[in-house]
Design a protein. Structure first.
Length: 365
C-alpha cells in the first residue's frame, strides 16, 4: 500500500512512502479518502518509492502535478513509465539508477526538470513526448531545455554517432554520463560551457573536438573516457575543472591553450598514457595533483606565455619519467623538479629555470 500526507485546507494528498519495498505493481488513485473527506492526489513526494526494486510497473493519476526529488530512486525493476498530462515538474534524481527503464514518456505540461533526473538509467533507449516551449526531444530522442541547454541523452540508445543540435549553448551536468555506446559526438559552434560529469564514463568515445567559444570544462566532465585517444581544447578555454580528464588512460598528449588560467585538482590524474603535455597559458591556479599518476609523462613544454609557474607544479612524486622540459618564454623560477638537470645540452647542473631553453634530466634514461 501507499502512505500519504494530507493537506486538509487544500483538500490535497501527497504520496510520501510505501508500506513495503516489495511492491511489484502500483496504481496511484486520483483521489483518496479519510473519514468523510476526499483529497486529490497531486504529488509524489521526495523519496516516496526509493529503492522499491521489485516495482515493475506504475500508473500515475491524471491529477498529478509534481514528482519529487529521488521519488523513484533505484527502482531497478521499473521498465517504462508515462508521466501524465498536468505534471509540471520532475525533481532532482527522480529516476536515478532505474537501470531497467527503457523508455519514458513526458507530458506537454512540463516546465521544470531537476538536476540528473534520469542519470544512471543505463537501459534507457529514448525519451518520448510532444515537447513544448520549455523542452524539446530531437530526432535521436535526446532531451533539450529551452532550445539551448542539452539536458540528457538516453544512455541505452544503440546509436554510436551523435551530433548535438545547432542552437545549444551549454551541455548540462551528466548530459551524456554513462553513454558507453557512443564513439563520436559532435559539439556545435555556439556552445560555451560543458557541465560537471557531462561525458563521464563514455568509455567508447575515441575523439572529440571542443569548438572555439567554450570557456569552461566542468568537474569530472570526461572522467573515465578510457577510449579517448585525442582531444583538442579551444583557444577560448579559461578553466578546466577538477578530475575533468581523470582515468582517460589512452590520451597520449594534451595541449593547454594560452587562455587557460586555472586547472583544478586531479584534472589529468591517472592519465597513464600521457607522454607529453604542452602548457601555453600563464596558469595562475594549478591545484595539487593536477597530473598525479601520469607515470609515463616524459616531456613538458611551457609556452611563451608562461612567465611563472605555481609552486606545486612538480609536487607529485609520480612524475618519475619526466626527462625533458622545453621552455619558450622568459621563465625564471626556483620551482623545479627533482633530479639532475642540464640546460641546452650543457655540462653544468641547473636547479632552476633561467629563461628559454631545453632542460634535460641526465640521471635517468
Amino acid at each position: 500500500g501507499l502512505k500519504y500526507t494530507i493537506y486538509e485546507d487544500a483538500k490535497l494528498a501527497e504520496v510520501t512512502d510505501t508500506t513495503s519495498t516489495t511492491l511489484s505493481s502500483v496504481e496511484i488513485p486520483s483521489v483518496v479518502s479519510s473519514g468523510e473527506n476526499s483529497y486529490k492526489v497531486y504529488s509524489i513526494g521526495n523519496d516516496a518509492f526509493e529503492s522499491c526494486s521489485s516495482l515493475t510497473s506504475i500508473t500515475l493519476p491524471s491529477t498529478l502535478t509534481s514528482i519529487g526529488n529521488q521519488a523513484f530512486y533505484n527502482c531497478s525493476g521499473l521498465t517504462s513509465i508515462t508521466i501524465p498530462e498536468g505534471v509540471t515538474s520532475i525533481g532532482s534524481q527522480a529516476f536515478w539508477e532505474c537501470v531497467s527503464l527503457t523508455s519514458i514518456t513526458l507530458p506537454s505540461t512540463l516546465t521544470s526538470f531537476g538536476s540528473q533526473a534520469f542519470q544512471e538509467c543505463s537501459s534507457l533507449e529514448a525519451f518520448y513526448g510532444t515537447g513544448n516551449s520549455y523542452y524539446t526531444i530531437d530526432d535521436n530522442r535526446a532531451l533539450i531545455i529551452n532550445g539551448t541547454t542539452f539536458y540528457a541523452y538516453a544512455a541505452g540508445n544503440a546509436a554510436t554517432l551523435y551530433s548535438i543540435p545547432e542552437g545549444v549553448t551549454s551541455i548540462g551536468g551528466y548530459a551524456f554520463g554513462g553513454c558507453s555506446g557512443l564513439t563520436s559526438i559532435t559539439i556545435p559552434e555556439g556552445v560555451t560551457s560543458i557541465g560537471n560529469f557531462a561525458f563521464r564514463d563514455c568509455s567508447s568515445l575515441t575523439s572529440i573536438t571542443i569548438p572555439e567559444g567554450v570557456t569552461s570544462i566542468g568537474d569530472f566532465a570526461f572522467h573515465s573516457c578510457s577510449g579517448l585517444t585525442s582531444i583538442r581544447l579551444p583557444s577560448t578555454l579559461t578553466s578546466i575543472g577538477g578530475y575533468a580528464f581523470e582515468y582517460c588512460r589512452n590520451l597520449t598528449s594534451i595541449t593547454i591553450p594560452e587562455g587557460v588560467t586555472s586547472i583544478d585538482s586531479g584534472a589529468f590524474s591517472s592519465c597513464s598514457g600521457l607522454t607529453e603535455i604542452t602548457i601555453n597559458g600563464n596558469i595562475s591556479t594549478l591545484e595539487l595533483y593536477a597530473f598525479r599518476n601520469c607515470t609515463n609523462l616524459t616531456k613538458l613544454t611551457l609556452g611563451a606565455g608562461v612567465t611563472s609557474i605555481p609552486s606545486n607544479l612538480f609536487s607529485s612524486n609520480m612524475l618519475t619519467r619526466l626527462t625533458e622540459i622545453v621552455v619558450h618564454g622568459d621563465l625564471k623560477s626556483t620551482t623545479f623538479p627533482t633530479g639532475t638537470w642540464v640546460k641546452d645540452g650543457g655540462s653544468e647542473t641547473v636547479t632552476n629555470f633561467s629563461g628559454a631553453g631545453t632542460y634535460t634530466r641526465t640521471d635517468i634514461q
